[in-house]
Design a protein around this ligand. Structure first.
Ligand code: NAD
Ligand code: MG
Length: 409
């Protein structure tokens, strides 16, 4: 609850907002809990969910005392339940997709942080949408896979989506409030910034020799392994272009990408009068997380103020599309429509995993995705079963291709 006093909004002492954090043990999940820990009067953690990290989830449950914990992997959930039986007797332990969907739609949950990585996050994020929750969306893959269906469900169930991805959160902050199409609001372009990742200036020859350790060492952001590799190939920016088109109802030609190595300008919106609004800040996900949690109010995020005096310069440059072909692949999949983005996403998940396991080279990631996109038939994406069929077919195709080209003698 908030009251208006002159120009200042003051939070009243209403009951705390109930929060479920899906992907609690990951990079976004941990940053979310860090923000929540500083606002115990405003937020109450109702549920924490993860894949199989028993120890980390247990430590979080001891600190935040949620009513529900979910470990999606059944064996891990059984171990967790045995360990918490005496330690946390009030805690209900659930498992599987069903457990995730249950906590995402609990009546006492007001906001769901959707921070599971990859396609694994789609069902639970949709469950939160269908329960009409405020969804803090970090799991961009769910919009990439099922954008049209997802946004239809948002409208049908009166859910609210607040973007957590730093670029989309920045765009959200630079857009005028209220409904209406981009052109009605006088918007010409959405400009997504990209750091360019750790290999921005590397030659093609050098890119072929990249190791997983080098790829996950991002120059500006500390993130999970998958998104770090996606940032290094720039597939992350491709996924983000698709995410932006669905979130802001923008045609692909209105969403552009530019390299900004300092990651201080998180994204921009250009208007018809050529005004450009930008959102700036230190590269720390706690800012967009705090923004999404408290919107339309503002709360302390724990992030340091931007130090303008130590910032030497802000640079901008175009993307080198020949060294980073994943970006164009994403635009093509978006324009092709139907299940093409879901196929691209699934092939990318398989290829990134294979790269992290040293089965393929860094430059084979895009080859795997390209081959899968030309092999798997593309269907309409108006129902979930088509989307999951496409996801499975793409995973099989990418796995076979890797097996055939790299793993056989
Ligand atoms: P991460 O790998 O650090 O964490 C992933 C979380 O998901 C973990 O808690 C893990 O237990 C959980 N998980 C994985 N598979 C699961 C499954 N099958 N069932 C249930 N839980 C599962 O990833 P991250 O970097 O925190 O990214 C999470 C999401 O947020 C991704 O979609 C990513 O693209 C997006 N995102 C991340 C950042 C960032 O800075 N890390 C920024 C923007 C967007
Ligand atoms: Mg981002």
């Amino acid at each position: 609850m908030a009251v208006e006093t002159g120009n200042v909004r003051v939070a009243t002492t209403g009951s705390p907002q109930g929060i479920a954090v899906l992907g609690a043990t990951g990079s976004i999940g941990v940053s979310t809990l860090d923000v929540l820990a500083n606002h115990p009067d405003r937020f109450r953690v109702i549920a924490l969910a993860a894949h199989h990290s028993v120890d980390r989830l247990l430590a979080q449950c001891l600190q935040f005392r949620p009513r529900y914990a979910v470990l999606a992997a059944p064996e891990a959930a059984a171990v967790f339940a045995a360990r918490t039986r005496e330690l946390l007797p009030e805690l209900t332990v659930l498992t599987g997709e069903e457990g995730l969907a249950t906590v995402a739609s609990l009546p006492e949950v007001d906001q769901v942080m959707a921070a599971i990585v990859g396609a694994a996050g789609l069902r639970s994020t949709l469950a939160a949408v269908r329960a009409g929750k405020r969804v803090l969306l970090a799991n961009k893959e769910s919009l990439v896979m099922a954008g049209r269906l997802f946004m239809e469900e948002v409208r049908t169930h009166g859910a609210e989506i607040l973007p957590v991805d730093s670029e989309h959160n920045a765009v959200f902050q630079c857009l005028p409030s209220g409904a209406g199409h981009l052109t009605e609001k006088g918007i010409r372009r959405i400009l997504l910034t990209a750091s360019g990742g750790p290999f921005r200036t590397w030659s093609m020859e050098a890119l072929a020799e990249v190791t997983p350790e080098q790829a996950i060492a991002h120059p500006n952001w500390v993130m999970g392994r998958k998104i770090s590799v996606d940032s290094a190939t720039m597939m992350n920016k491709g996924l983000e272009v698709i995410e932006a088109c669905w979130l802001f109802d923008a045609p692909p030609e209105r969403v552009e990408v530019l390299i900004h190595p300092q990651s201080v300008v998180h994204s921009m919106v250009e208007y018809e009068d050529r005004s450009v609004l930008a959102q700036l800040g230190n590269p720390d996900m706690r800012t967009p997380i705090a923004h999404a949690l408290a919107w339309p109010e503002r709360i302390e995020s724990g992030v340091a103020s931007l130090d303008f005096w130590s910032m030497k310069a802000l640079h901008f440059e175009p993307v080198d599309r020949s060294r980073f072909p994943c970006l164009d692949l994403a635009y093509q999949a978006l324009r092709r429509g139907g299940t093409a983005p879901a196929v691209m996403n699934a092939a990318n998940e398989i290829a990134v995993q294979a790269f992290l396991e040293r089965q393929i080279r860094f430059t084979d990631i895009v080859r795997t995705v390209e081959t899968t996109l030309t092999t798997v038939p593309i269907q309409s994406a108006d129902n979930l079963s088509n989307i999951f069929e496409a996801d499975t077919a793409a995973r099989d195709c990418a796995t076979d291709w890797i097996q055939h080209n790299f793993l056989q003698q």
